[in-house]
Design a protein around this ligand. Sequence first.
Ligand SMILES: Cc1cn([C@H]2C[C@H](O)[C@@H](COP(=O)(O)OP(=O)(O)OP(=O)(O)O)O2)c(=O)[nH]c1=O
Length: 191
Amino acid sequence: MSSAKLILGSSSPRRQELLKQVHLPFFIRKPNIDESQVTTQDPVEKVKQLAIRKSQALPLQDEKEVILTADTVVSYQQQIFEKPISKEAAFHMISTLSGKTHEVYTGVMIRSTEKERVFVERSEVTFWPLSREEIEWYVTTKDPYDKAGAYGIQSLGAMFVKSIRGDYATIVGLPISRVVRELKGFSVLPV
Ligand SMILES: Cc1cn([C@H]2C[C@H](O)[C@@H](COP(=O)(O)OP(=O)(O)OP(=O)(O)O)O2)c(=O)[nH]c1=O
């Protein structure tokens, strides 16, 4: 029996869904950080540093707590795409990714009073070649704006995806199978 208490340090509804999917009970605490302070252009470093900062923004309240935080970015040819700040930015991101293969990186930090783990998972996504009209229409929907790379593979953006390589959940924002395995080391188990 686990006496550990899992805290998801995230406001992402997708991360909550993925934990529910594997029957991990959790509480939510939302980190408030200034993401612009992490300026590295290396996607692995970026998601690692952001997951760490989100974790550090949430103090551990007792020795039973285990805090889980994550960050996701899209990367294509030395460019990092986070959440688009405008319709134009979303249009630019999807146009750049059209017909090409890009990477999605999710960094994760798990932390208790006793120990911590930080790791990064990577998946590849190939988009079909998209028409200008298709992209113009997509950016008028709500789908792109709260998601790295301006698309949701689990929502409307699914229609752009020709193939993926790696864990689907890494693209959605939390590599859940790896997370389950790592959480065992913190005595957090599915119930
Ligand atoms: C590529 C891709 C990203 N995303 C999402 C996952 C993340 O929620 C989001 C990237 O932003 P993040 O900054 O990683 O996370 P967040 O701001 O949504 O939540 P928090 O910092 O509170 O944990 O993009 C999808 O939902 N589907 C996709 O296909």
